[in-house]
Design a protein around this ligand. Structure first.
Ligand SMILES: Nc1ncnc2c1ncn2[C@@H]1O[C@H](COP(=O)(O)OP(=O)(O)OP(=O)(O)O)[C@@H](O)[C@H]1O
Length: 430
């Protein structure tokens, strides 16, 4: 994949000092000039070298970011906020903004400043140095109408969602080799996260976006709203909790691996859809879920139906089987996935034309249901684990866990209301 956009404010003026492993940006310099930051002036995104066609695995900015650098001065000092909505999620709108000096366009996500949002911003920033993770450029903590907000400036992803792009290909068939190349990119992003002990826990088609509409656009992972630092888990402190055969209890696997295994399940589902155009746990060709189908999900029954899967390589099917294991302790880790020949040798995967584009188009009207179903499954995986922790924190006499209990987020922290709109005329500059 190639032609990655610069993640910094201005690709020309960004520079990376690779000798000392630090990155500074034009924006960083700007803030130092103004002396308005919080004094640390650490920036999580620097100008990255443009990538050629060959892939680079797991590049990190090397910054070892623990959290974001929150600017306290108004975002509008640096950016013009536009009314153009780039997307709408559960947390509100993502709008376009423009850097005042460089004129470059970025995406702005506005979150209410609650601990969950801080976690999202910190973990996204920490992961942001990878070429297949959407870059966080700047973060501001500003107050609007007495509501404290976090404003996250990200690189603008102008190429839309993964499957929309495949749907829109026209006559040219999507091939298994292209599928392998896409999966390599996704897996390298997840490997980067897991190496930092970050589980994303919300890998789904809507969170995989392309930088632009060019053929060489990069696919990147975004939305760290459910991401979790896995090394904060204390599996030894967790006692047995109720669990269905669908999920093994975290104490069996270790909470850390449990959270990460959720990402591997998602990778398996995305890979399956990529290779045929419909999801694994569905009745023929994406028909809505019946109760019987739901039972199949719980017991991990899926098939590789004909004719879509007839020409797909055995190696691809083998990897899917290893990713879609219902028991997370049996499921492949990201390391094992990266070492599987279908991923490692993605360039040698057969160039077989697939049914994917045609089926995605035929099944357009079922796409919403499919997304909902995937979201429900992800949610139940997260809930199983959260429940286990909540139960044991409440019952535990362990002092460490008691301390964590006090810090535990309340469900009310989940942001459900619409985002703060930065639309007051004094903050707007359209
Ligand atoms: N960097 C970006 N560039 C362009 N569009 C973006 C960007 N980030 C997000 N979007 C758009 O905004 C939508 C919502 O963003 P995001 O998923 O981060 O928010 P959310 O409120 O956490 O959503 P969700 O409901 O998916 O959990 C995305 O589906 C996408 O269409």
């Amino acid at each position: 994949m190639g032609n990655e956009q610069s993640g910094g404010v201005n690709s020309k003026s960004n520079h990376t000092n690779q000798a000392n492993g630090k990155q500074t940006t034009h924006q960083g310099q700007l803030d130092k000039d103004k002396n308005k930051g919080n004094g640390k002036n650490r920036f999580f995104v620097g100008g990255r070298k443009k990538e050629g066609k060959s892939k680079t695995n797991g590049q990190s900015s090397g910054l070892g970011m623990e959290g974001a650098n929150y600017h306290k001065y108004p975002v509008t000092n640096d950016y013009r906020i536009s009314r153009k909505v780039l997307g709408v999620g559960i947390n509100g709108k993502v709008v376009e903004c423009e850097h005042r000096r460089s004129g470059e366009k970025y995406a702005l996500k506005v979150l209410r400043d609650v601990p969950k949002a801080r976690r999202e911003v910190d973990l996204h920033s920490a992961a942001s140095g990878h070429s297949h993770v959407v870059k966080v450029v700047d973060v501001y903590e500003n107050t609007y109408n007495d509501v404290q907000c976090l404003l996250v400036v990200m690189e603008s992803m102008k190429g839309g969602e993964l499957f929309t792009r495949i749907q829109q290909r026209g006559q040219q068939a999507f091939t298994e080799r292209e599928g392998a190349s896409i999966m390599y990119d996704i897996c390298s992003a997840v490997q980067h996260l897991h190496r930092q002990n970050i589980a994303h826990r919300d890998i789904k088609p809507e969170n995989l976006l392309y930088t632009d509409e060019n053929e060489n656009a990069s696919l990147k992972l975004t939305d760290f709203g459910f991401a979790k630092k896995t090394d904060e888990s204390d599996p030894n402190g967790l006692a047995t909790a109720c669990f269905t055969p669908y999920y093994c209890a975290p104490e069996v696997l270790g909470a850390e691996k449990y959270d990460k295994s959720c990402d591997l399940w998602s990778i398996g589902v995305v890979m399956y859809i990529l290779l045929c155009g419909y999801p694994p746990f569905y009745s023929a060709h994406g028909q809505p879920m019946s109760p019987g189908m739901k039972a199949k999900i719980r017991t991990g029954q899926y098939t590789f139906p004909s004719p879509e899967w007839d020409c797909v390589s055995e190696a691809a099917k083998d990897l899917i089987r290893k990713l879609l294991k219902t028991d997370p302790s049996q499921r492949y880790t990201i390391q094992q996935t990266m070492e599987h020949k279908w991923i490692t040798h993605y360039k040698k995967v057969p160039d077989t034309p697939l049914f994917t584009t045609g089926i995605l188009n035929e099944q357009k009207e079922h796409w919403g249901e499919m997304q909902e179903e995937m979201e429900k499954n992800l949610a139940s995986m997260r809930v199983v684990n959260e429940n286990v922790q909540i139960k044991n924190l409440a019952e535990s006499n362990n002092r460490l866990l008691q301390k964590r209990k006090q810090q535990q987020l309340k469900p009310a922290d989940v942001i459900t209301e619409a985002s703060m709109e930065v639309e007051r005329s004094d903050e707007m500059d359209t």
